[in-house]
Ligand binder design. Structure first.
Ligand code: NI
Length: 204
């Protein structure tokens, strides 16, 4: 087991669609174990395989109140109901959060690590995390769900919470820019609403 580097925007692996797993063999289990280690090391709630550069449809989730991680292979959201506004972040887009719309609840299906089919109805943070991680497997990031005029918000003005030097740039105005984020989204120039703990935002 090992902690693997988490790829960050704009790494192209984050935009690739992962492929269905045909057989849950030792190689898939090794990947899943490494992903659990990596997620815990980063204090995240979930992680998808393409975030560590693997293109098999594997996600891991561990809610703050849970003692064990969940491993889901070939996960599918089979039904979505309602919408709600949530605050969200991503381990692959460190230092930022955004407010987006997610489902009120979902029905979900996957294989667990023993190849058994799991079906569940999820709401609250589990539903949000499952939608976030399944999005990752389809090459979708939460910033893609930001509406027009919605902004990414820096979670902290602390230097160590900013994207690292290798991937961040300073805009002409002196405001940081998020690499790879295009379209109408802009960074907040006020850094508004920094009350929440960044730890609660790292969905994965
Ligand atoms: Ni993520």
């Amino acid at each position: 087991m090992a902690v693997r580097p988490i790829l960050e925007l704009p790494h192209p692996a984050l935009r690739r669609r992962a492929k269905k797993v045909r057989k849950i063999d030792s190689s898939v289990l090794r990947l899943a174990h490494d992903m659990v280690d990596t997620m815990r090391d980063a204090a995240g709630v979930g992680l998808a395989a393409n975030q560590v550069g693997d293109f098999r449809r594997v996600i891991v989730i561990q809610l703050p109140e849970e003692d064990e991680a969940r491993v889901y292979v070939n996960p599918e959201i089979v039904h979505r109901e309602g919408t709600r506004e949530v605050e969200e972040g991503c381990l692959s887009i460190p230092g930022y959060k955004g407010f987006i719309s997610r489902s009120l609840w979902i029905r979900f299906r996957a294989l667990d690590h023993t190849s058994k089919t799991v079906r569940l109805r999820a709401e609250e943070m589990l539903s949000q995390a499952l939608e976030h991680e399944v999005d990752h497997l389809n090459g979708i990031l939460y910033v893609d769900h930001l509406g027009e005029h919605q902004k990414l918000i820096p979670v902290s003005s602390e230097p160590d919470a900013e994207p690292d030097g290798a991937t961040s740039t300073e805009g002409a105005s002196g405001q940081p820019e998020v690499p790879g984020v295009n379209g109408p989204q802009q960074l907040s120039d006020q850094g508004a609403d920094q009350r929440e703990s960044p730890a609660s935002l790292k969905v994965g």
